[in-house]
Design a protein around this ligand. Structure first.
Ligand SMILES: [Fe+2]
Length: 417
């Protein structure tokens, strides 16, 4: 049984059957899904859709929750009807039982399958490219969609897993990882879902030009000679040329393939383009590509923790769009060393580094009480990625808290160990 609701009437436990209104306003990849989190509710309510169609028979909230909703239609075979007496018997229990959010462990199992399938598909796509045949973007779009859905359910599960790469699968899993990072980043920047999907496909395809590089060069642990370096630096143009042969490749994928090794100061390749000539998509691609490379184990270097990676990337002059890099760090909930962050218990602190062996917990030196507007005795505290109190709320502004000489304050606090 289908009912039409206003976006503001949606609740956790309702099964969305369709969105009405402009497609561009639709807040999700899928139009059919169970609303399971407060974030999903907020996204639906904040979207520009005119109305939603709810499938009551697949919803977990009581029929009463949809009171006032306009009846739409009932289609046999599409929305499975549930017997009235059975629904009544379960109504009380269902009312008090919204769908539980997906746990990290549950999503990790699903993410493993998504990553495995994606890796196989990327390997097949590279084989197609090696044979000189056109790459079909339509085969990659469902993968990007599945990766996006996993991130939406629990972002850390897939993003954490995809950092683990064996040497022989690095190139393929790197493509999957960049796809996931691009989707997560694009959503954080509140780009439209069509653009988000195109950027996911761009991540999967960005390094396809590496089929022109021999394995001996690609996996070489030492320094590359001039001929080898030229071969490596040819992969963006090779990838762009290869993708240009296919009619259905998104423009974002062509852009990212060609320009993901450009730098803001113009010292990158292949075009040596400087910041004002680099699109948002190219800048995003450069950040996601390097972040995954340095947080992965490579033949010549052990993996950096996310905090080490972002701190180092922040310190490379002229390489990245630094404002965009800050947004990228925020999209991951990870902050470079020296960043001012607010803690949920009302304190401010400075990020000192990664704490745990996995590098996921953040070490923060707390030094300021926002309630009393006064400094407190600096104390080092570890914050695991969690919504359990206390947690890191996010980056904060030294100017807002009137740390006029922020560098001096930071030096004093960080030096006070
Ligand atoms: Fe590349």
């Amino acid at each position: 049984m289908l009912f039409r609701l206003k976006p503001e009437q949606v609740e956790i436990g309702m099964f969305v059957h369709a969105f009405e209104g402009r497609w561009i306003d639709h807040p999700f990849w899928r139009s059919r899904f169970l609303v399971e989190t407060a974030e999903q509710v907020a996204r639906i309510r904040g979207s520009g859709v005119d109305a939603l169609v709810i499938d009551r028979s697949r919803s977990r909230v009581t029929p009463e929750a949809a009171e006032g909703a306009a009846f739409v239609e009932r289609r046999s075979g599409e929305a499975r009807p549930v017997k009235v007496e059975r629904r009544a018997a379960y109504a009380g229990a269902l009312r008090a039982r919204p769908a539980p959010p997906v746990t990290y462990a549950q999503e990790r199992r699903r993410a493993e399958r998504v990553i495995g399938k994606s890796k196989q598909a990327v390997m097949a796509m590279f084989d197609t490219a090696r044979l000189g045949r056109a790459v079909e973007a339509k085969k990659l779009a469902p993968l990007a969609r599945a990766i996006g859905e996993s991130i939406e359910r629990h972002s850390r599960a897939l993003l954490g897993l995809v950092r683990l790469k064996a040497k022989d699968e690095y190139t393929y899993l790197h493509s999957v990882a960049v796809c996931a990072l691009m989707i997560n980043f694009a959503r954080h920047l509140k780009l439209g879902e069509e653009e988000v999907q195109a950027l996911g496909v761009a991540g999967l395809l960005h390094d396809v030009g590496k089929v022109a590089i021999t394995d001996a060069v690609l996996l070489k642990p030492g320094k590359l000679d001039g001929r080898e370096r030229a071969m490596v630096e040819g992969h963006p143009a090779a990838g762009h040329a290869l993708l240009s042969q296919s009619p259905d490749i998104p423009a974002a994928a062509l852009e990212v393939a060609l320009h993901h090794h450009e730098k803001m100061d113009g010292s990158g390749y292949p075009g040596g383009l400087s910041g004002e000539h680099l699109s948002l998509h190219a800048r995003m691609g450069a950040i996601c590509d390097v972040y995954d490379a340095v947080t992965s184990d490579r033949p010549y270097k052990a993996a950096w923790t996310p905090c080490e990676a972002l701190t180092a990337m922040r310190s490379w002059p002229g390489h990245f769009d630094t404002a965009l890099l800050d947004r990228f760090a925020d999209s991951l909930g990870i902050y470079p060393v020296g960043t001012l962050v607010r803690v949920s218990d009302g304190h401010l602190g400075i990020v000192m580094g990664s704490g745990g062996a996995a590098g996921e917990a953040m070490l923060v030196r707390v030094f300021f009480d926002c309630d009393t507007l006064a400094e407190v005795e600096p104390a080092d505290r570890l914050f695991a990625p969690s919504t359990r109190e206390p947690f890191i709320v996010g980056r904060d502004s030294p100017a807002f808290w009137r740390f006029d000489d922020w560098d001096a304050v930071r030096f004093r606090v960080v030096g006070a160990s």
